[in-house]
Design a protein around this ligand. Structure first.
Ligand SMILES: [Zn+2]
Length: 138
């Protein structure tokens, strides 16, 4: 492995369906069949009612920026090559929050409340990462 290869997620039995969907360019989150609650990140039970009866629900891929930071220092060679880059907490329209990078030529114009949409980054070794790009005015 080259020192510049990006660190990649290691899917578990619980998260594998999430990564499989991402590889097919679909964004999914867990939804509880018992109470309807959606959650991210994937877990073995519902965080609202403790049911283990969970399914995967497709998301629109649209959301807004809850908060973000612009990184000017990176802990790893791969990320140094991308400086400056944006890391954000995204509130999906489906009501869950996830961390991702904001990518694209205008990423440094990210603002709290900005509308974003998912894009899929082929990260190597068959791993696809859901990322986000700015989608216009809030
Ligand atoms: Zn539930």
């Amino acid at each position: 492995m080259s020192t510049s290869q990006r660190p990649l997620p290691r899917p578990s039995d619980i998260t594998q369906p999430y990564w499989d969907a991402a590889a097919a360019h679909r964004l999914v989150v867990q939804q509880c069949r018992a109470c309807g609650s959606k959650q991210f990140y994937p877990r073995c039970l519902c965080m609202k009612c403790a049911s283990e009866d969970l399914e995967w629900a497709a998301c629109s891929g649209q959301g807004s920026v809850y908060t973000y930071t612009i990184n000017h220092r990176a802990p790893h060679e791969h990320f140094k090559a991308r400086l400056p880059y944006v890391t954000a907490m995204i509130d999906l329209d489906e009501g869950v929050r996830m961390m991702a990078n904001i990518v694209g030529d205008d990423a440094l114009r990210t603002a709290i409340g900005a509308r974003v949409r998912v894009v899929f980054e082929e990260a190597g070794d068959g791993v696809t990462l859901p990322q986000f790009e700015l989608a216009g005015e809030p």
